[in-house]
Design a protein around this ligand. Structure first.
Ligand code: PLP
Length: 224
């Protein structure tokens, strides 16, 4: 499918899902995940008006960032090794995968101003998924207070690879409840008003459950 028709399908679906639950579609940021595709394909996405791009590897991000004619806004969505933070920090707009204190410490050290981060949570319980156990999120965020260059803008999760709608919904709604609890604490460094959740196969459900940032690769730019 052409990128244009993929995009129009996604925009329609986003609108529909928002309508269904009484949300405004302006609340949703679509992040085009370009990790599977070429620079040319990423360029095409930018040309079609996708302003937010996501990569899960530093190398992939740098390669595309250096080659694209216009500057998209970069989201880092993969697991991040501390030693790579210094090369990423001046380029990235949001980091979606904060999952440990040592990483927060490194971000704090390398950044010249607060960096918007999502704390990654494993709400599905799958062993293979990264992220904090839901029970550990409150204490983790409290421990971030000294790292003033880390700003917790929200929580991120990856749903399990299942079709079952009830399972997907409960994964997403768990993250939303956690987000609401943290937001209620009104911490200066953790406004925590965003939810990064929803990918190609589940973004409509994620939106119905409160997603503000959806990360779409396969169904937008394709998978190769
Ligand atoms: C690859 C990836 C995506 C996009 O997945 P698709 O199913 O291709 O839409 C989203 N989020 C993360 C963290 C990813 O690694």
């Amino acid at each position: 499918m052409s990128l244009e028709s993929n995009l129009s399908t996604i925009l329609n679906n986003v609108r529909q899902s928002c309508e269904k639950v009484g949300r405004n579609h302006d609340e949703i940021t679509i992040i085009g995940v370009t990790k599977y595709v070429t620079i040319e394909r990423a360029q095409e996405a930018v040309d079609k008006g996708i302003k937010h791009l996501g990569e899960n590897r530093l190398e992939g991000l740098l390669e595309k960032q250096q080659s694209l004619s216009e500057d998209p806004v970069w989201h880092f969505i993969g697991s991040l090794q501390s030693r790579k933070v210094k090369d990423l920090i001046d380029i990235v707009y949001m980091i979606h995968s904060l999952d440990r204190l040592s990483l927060a410490k490194e971000i704090h050290k390398r950044a010249n101003q607060p960096i918007d981060c999502f704390v990654q949570v494993n709400t599905s319980g799958e062993e293979s998924k990264h992220g904090l156990h839901p029970d550990d999120v409150h204490s983790f965020i409290e421990k971030l207070a000294p790292y003033t260059n880390v700003r917790v803008v929200g929580l991120m999760t990856m749903a399990p690879h299942v079709e079952d709608e009830a399972t997907l919904r409960s994964t997403f709604s768990k993250l939303r409840m956690l987000k609401d609890e943290i937001m209620a604490k009104q911490l200066d460094y953790a406004p925590c008003s965003y939810l990064s959740m929803g990918m190609s196969n589940d973004y409509q459900i994620a939106i119905e459950e409160g997603a503000t940032h959806i990360r779409i690769g396969t169904k937008l730019v394709g998978s190769k």
